[in-house]
Ligand binder design. Sequence first.
Ligand SMILES: [Zn+2]
Length: 480
Amino acid sequence: MTQEQGGGSRPVVLRNGTVLTMDAAHRVLTGHDVLVVDDRIAAIGVGLEVPAGTEEIDAAGGIVMPGMIDTHRHMWQTVMRGYGADWTLTQYFVWYYLEWGKVFRPEDVHAGNLLGGVEALEAGVTTTVDWSHGLQTVAHADAAADALESLPGRFVLAYGNIQDAPANWTGTPEFRDFVARRGTGGTLGFQLAFDVTGDPAFPEKPAFEVARDLGVPVTTHAGVWGATGDDGIKLMHDNGFMTPETVYVHSATLSPDSYHRIAATGGSVSVSTESEQSAGQGYPPTWALRAHGIPVSLSMDTTVWWSGDLFSAMRSTLGADRSREHLEAHATGDTVTHSSLRAEQVVEWATLGGARALGREADLGSVEVGKKADLVLIRNDHSPVSFPLLNPYGHVAFQAQRGDVHTVLVDGRIVKRDGRLVDVDMAALRRTAEESVDHLRSTLGDEAWEKGMNPDVPETKVLDNPYTYTDFRSDATHRR
Ligand SMILES: [Zn+2]
């Protein structure tokens, strides 16, 4: 099954739900049906007549919303679920970038992507950007793409390689061959994923030129304390590499000048609030992005630390933004009487915001006739939290969770029905993940495995940036 071939075998109608359309008027329709024919939303209305043989799904008491879109998730790390729960960003860099990321084989990338992809679909995340920066070889890239293409979700392969300079890995014939074979024009979306250190020699410039030559967007961790910051943004801007398709991840430690440059060039920011809150990229930036009018999408980053669903992203983003607003008001003796960031806004960021970031707002991100049928039904008759349903946006953002995802459709095909994934061999998935963990654990040895949950930080430049292709040290983190 490939994701663009389209169409469930029979039409589907979701009956009598509360529909969060996320259309231009943000209409909320109660007691409405949504009819899906082939890969598209064919009709939205009350008491719809449907073609013979249509599968009926009762959405009464539930919420029908667009499939959620995650614009930044390192899926290859999924088999290490929860391992780094107490890491800082520096410890993550030590473990993955400097010490152990290189022991991941193509089959480990495959196992992580499979598990991460299924995990996303189960939580109603119908489109995920696989920020795949563990692609040390093209064999790893093929493994990543194979896993994504085997799943009935929509995925973007953001190709990266933390073990080598972007100028190197984007410059090889093997990479060009991969792009020609399956990078663009295939079933997967495609981006280039690399970071800009701010080194004034701009060693990342050739990689941007490759992206421009291929016509693919760049996604980049920008505004990450100690690793990437204003220097990198200025280099990108001065060289004409900031475009509307560019997705800036985190963007937490940036000056107003950098936010102006992002806003002026039409790019968007992928906010990973759970990540920013505990890793240390900087304060989750939605309060600043709102002030600068920069489009936002949401992401979960990596399940090596955090949860892999966008309910958590919406919840933590509201919390962080409101927390900041109250704190700043209190500092001046003021009181916030009305929250600036509304539940409705984070639901939009989790859906249409992601579609916009990926240039797919024409066919994804909202429940409208003619759009792709990527849909989520939130309904759980066994949960006392499912009623009363008074504020649907608030319900999605603060009350719902992955266990309440009743039905998921991607491209008109039901991939989760009645709370259970369709055609997923969970035992096989578990076996694959465990085999990968066995390899990693035995390669590290028990001592390094235990130590890795709280690794020592060597006296190296890792505190400046984790990239071994440059010795650049940013002034920003050397103020003392
Ligand atoms: Zn990331």
